[in-house]
Write a protein that binds this ligand. Structure first.
Ligand code: ATP
Ligand code: FE2
Length: 317
């Protein structure tokens, strides 16, 4: 059985995961937290450089392995912040020596770990994270993007709203907690354009809203989640998939899961969301995708690809 080590470093998180055959045997991470404001790419990269080897060692320890036991090493080649991607690649290459190093796609890793966790074979995937918001389904050998954000990712929009309300990063869980206390819906723009979404206008309106923090958080979530459900519903009707997978960092949101589950079940589809450690950025998903790519002989990136699109990869596994 081959042992795969995966390194995640595309944004705030440095993760190391290990896969042995079909089993995930380690998933360690450490995230850069900006002192204030948003992520500073050079600072995040410096964080990854500092903690990289420790996190890899922690993963090896958790798995009861040494570096020599690893057969293949994968890293997330993109999409992501270039200085962060460079660090991930460096860590992978330093450990590898003469062993194979594969650059894999971060977004596809989110999908594949979700499929592994749920046992789904061919889901419609609602992938919602800080930087990305996409409705994806496999069609003719590629993960096609049926709808996506035209401006910022929903997670980033939520984080920006959180900062505006005086909450620290990451804002997602805090906005979720506030929203649970919200009582009155404050009208916000609803911006679905064809199959695509836009969040920055809603964010601007929410910042100007004359309402309590709780009601703003509640209204923001309800609006954005309803938009996502609408686009996902149309994609589900079009693709006729029978499984709906919610993944990415924002998938940890219980209210979002409830809304997407309701939509899926109305259409007779089954719904799943992975446990939190596999929703947000993590090394296990990179290790798992590295295995799929390696075993199938699919193309891997030889260098970082900061704007690597989900639908640019031929799915051979
Ligand atoms: P990607 O590179 O895929 O865009 P990312 O760098 O944004 O990923 P993730 O860990 O996938 O990293 O997602 C982080 C985002 O998830 C943050 O914006 C965070 O606020 C959001 N998030 C985390 N928990 C929750 C929650 N409970 N509700 C809403 N958003 C959440
Ligand atoms: Fe991510």
């Amino acid at each position: 059985m081959m042992i795969y080590l995966g390194i995640e470093s595309t944004a705030h998180t440095l993760g190391a995961g290990i896969v042995d055959g079909e089993k995930i045997i380690a998933n360690e991470k450490d995230s850069y937290k900006p002192p204030e404001g948003g992520i500073v790419p050079a600072e995040a990269a410096e964080h990854h450089r500092k903690v990289g080897r420790d996190i890899v060692n922690r993963a090896l320890e958790a798995a009861g392995l040494t570096e020599e036991d690893v057969d293949v090493i994968g890293y997330a080649a993109g999409p992501g912040l270039p200085p962060c991607l460079v660090q991930g690649k460096k860590i992978a290459e330093e450990i590898a020596g003469r062993r194979p190093v594969l650059g894999v796609n971060h977004c596809i890793a989110h999908i594949e770990i979700g499929k592994k966790a749920s046992g789904f074979r061919d889901p419609l995937t609602v992938y919602v994270s800080g930087g990305n918001t996409q409705i994806i389904a496999l069609s003719k050998g590629r993960y096609r993007v049926f709808g996506e954000t035209l401006d910022i990712g929903l997670g980033n929009a939520i984080d920006k709203l959180a900062r505006h309300l005086g909450l620290s990063m990451p804002g997602g869980p805090k906005i979720e907690a506030l929203a649970r206390q919200g009582k009155r819906y404050y009208p916000l723009p609803y911006t679905v354009k064809g199959m695509d979404l836009a969040f920055s206008g809603i964010l601007t309106a929410a910042k100007k809203a004359e309402a309590s923090k709780e009601d703003i958080a509640f209204s923001f979530q309800e609006t954005c989640f309803a938009m996502l459900a609408e686009v996902a519903e149309r994609a589900l009707a079009h693709t006729q998939k029978t499984e709906v997978l919610l993944t990415g960092g924002v998938a940890a949101n219980k209210r979002l899961a409830e809304i997407i589950r309701g939509m899926a079940e109305e259409h007779g589809a089954v719904f799943s969301v992975p446990e939190a450690q596999y929703c947000g950025d993590n090394g296990a998903m990179i290790a798992w995708l590295t295995k799929l790519v390696h075993e199938s002989g699919a193309e891997a990136a030889a260098d970082i690809r900061p704007r690597w699109r989900t639908d640019a990869v031929e799915v051979r596994w």
